[in-house]
Design a protein around this ligand. Sequence first.
Ligand code: MN
Ligand code: MN
Length: 307
Amino acid sequence: MSEILVFGHKSPDTDSIMSSLVMADLEKKLGNDSAIACRLGEINKETAYALNYFKVEAPKYIEKIDEGTKVILVDHNEFSQSVNGIENAKIIKVIDHHRICGFQTSEPLFYMAEPVGCTSTILFEICITNNIEITPTMAGLMLSAIISDTLLLKSPTTTIKDIKAVEELSKIANINYNVYGLDMLKAGTDLSDYSAEELLNIDAKIVDMNGNKVKIAQVNTVDIQEVLKSQTNLENAINQKIAEENLDLFVLAITDIVNSNSEVLVLGKRTDIVEKSFNVNLENNRAFLPGIVSRKKQMLPIMQENA
Ligand code: MN
Ligand code: MN
């Protein structure tokens, strides 16, 4: 049987990594021995903390795939966020919780999408529906993904299904999710040894907004001002990205995970999209956005409207 590569998006977050590990394991349990969990980028510190905690190896790094490779996409569907060569892959499954955009295949596939807070919440449901036993380790991985995507169930993307999944999974993993979750999120906020360019790559997504090429990067922190100490370096790195990737707009969202606010650093020709969307005037290329923590739910849709 030819191998099936399972992976999440570029600049992988905890959901993309954990969901590829869990999905590859699920495929094996469903009789597909050739599923291999993969990743499209570096493991961030938050994910590293969780993998280390549950003593699980990171998925295998891949840069591109050959024509006709069988793949399963988790936590994304947009080709711009996927592996190089995705256009010529054979996509057999997608498990995702994002908008569907520009997605097309030549053959039928299994596609499961739900508007829940995390891909791992959908995987948890698949386990329950198929009577697949969840090991404490697998529970820990899914739990970590849901905590990450929902910022410990505080993000407005959180649904009742995510809450139920976290409660069940923390029982199986035998973990106090509030204690573990805060430790894991905090591990991801240590940005001290990232260069400005690396910081922009931790969690960045390119989206098309009405013909404008927009990149939105997000970092979690417990101290927004600490991150902005290096504003000049960040701006230089952002301007370089704008030139290299021909972007119309770059937004860096610096999100305070304790107080649930964000400050955005915004550069490019279409900074007006941000000003209009959030009804703010950028000062020193920045604006404070109270209560905004979710790029997917609170930033992308409104920006799309104003682009
Ligand atoms: Mn993700
Ligand atoms: Mn996700």
